[in-house]
Design a protein around this ligand. Sequence first.
Ligand code: 5CA
Length: 438
Amino acid sequence: MRLSRYFMPTLREAPADAQIVSHQLMLRAGLIRQEAAGIYAWLPLGLKVLKKIEQVVREEMNRAGAVEILMPTLQLADLWRESGRYDAYGDEMLRIKDRHDRDLLYGPTAEEVVTDIFRSYIKSYKDLPKNLYNIQWKFRDERRPRFGVMRGREFLMKDAYSFDVDEAAARKSYNRMFLAYLNVYARLGLKAIPVKADPGPIGGDMSHEFMILADTGESEVFAHRDLVEMGAPGPDVDWEGDLEPEVARRTSLYSASDEMHDAARFEAMPQDKRMTARGIEVGHIFYFGEKYSRPMKAHVTGPDGKDAPVHMGSYGVGVSRLVAAIIEASHDDAGIIWPDVVAPFGAAVLNLRAGDAACDAACEQAYKALSDAGLDPLYDDRDERPGAKFAATDLVGIPKQLIIGPKGLADGVVELKIRGTGERQTLSLDAALKAIIG
Ligand code: 5CA
């Protein structure tokens, strides 16, 4: 992409009402624009990052055996009347009437819709287990939308729903998601810890939240320190096998959100293992058995020939929130430092004297080579001061930066800068391209 033709509206200063660094940087780097409280337009750079996160989540869901669908944002109120949640959900639900005076709502979650889909087709235990997920916009009329996309009203969620014949099978589905979530966050360069959580309005009796530790997090976390370094199981898990030991290795260590905190158990741990920290909730998983299947009559015939409500769980990832969470975890004074997997562009070419024949030719050559290698480079071909180009490329966090100016070219060299470490190397254009492309 040539920057002169792109749309990357960076700002010198963040608006004064942006309180946390990720919100400030998302506005300054031109990732999002607020349209109304808690409602954002995604600008080109923000959209690219959002799509890349979405893709990582999708790949890990697929690997763990979940199947993608797409449910509508607008849902029928009647389904929520069947589950009994229509009145209970309260003011967070955005309620809408269509021209026929039918009650609709903008989905804050999709247990009812997915249960309705399931019950229309699946009648036998032989077709289980199933896990259906979608990546779709949700709306919650939050009392205090804040911190940009961290707590929005409209936000992108990956929500998966598992269906099993009994509690033991449902627990296996839960374990698959538990470990798949750890893999998602690890691939995004994040250290996430699972904590025992309150199921809240989704309901149920087993629930974990996944927390990224950050001072600006809205939640308080109490945990055994070893959980932070335990990391993810990796992709080679036997997803059809017994995952209980991998899960138990983590759940046997104390961790809890503030609602579930047990001070006595926490204080029984050695002092140096006790960690109290702030966390950003980037995922939440639930097992709730028959809570929706019983009232909505989603029954399956078991091996004994009897019909019974299917056992369900649901599993959410805050996809749009993750954009902000990654920035909270990875930035410096100059701007965002994207991990390679989600960087909006893999590399940048900075032409320090656009219009100079030698600079233009070298930049075009680099731009073509990086494009051909699939790095999706951003070429700063604008007629701007070098300082402005350095600042913009650092602000938007491009991982590898190829800096090409007239002085260097006269000596046959260019500069390669690595955004994350700040490391700079002076080398020939060919050597620099080799270093980037590998
Ligand atoms: N139905 C379940 C799981 S599919 C559910 O809705 N869970 S949830 O309420 O915990 O939401 C899942 C994830 O969405 C949360 O962990 C959080 O990362 C994200 N999320 C929730 N509310 C917001 C919000 N207002 N803004 C941004 N992300 C949010």
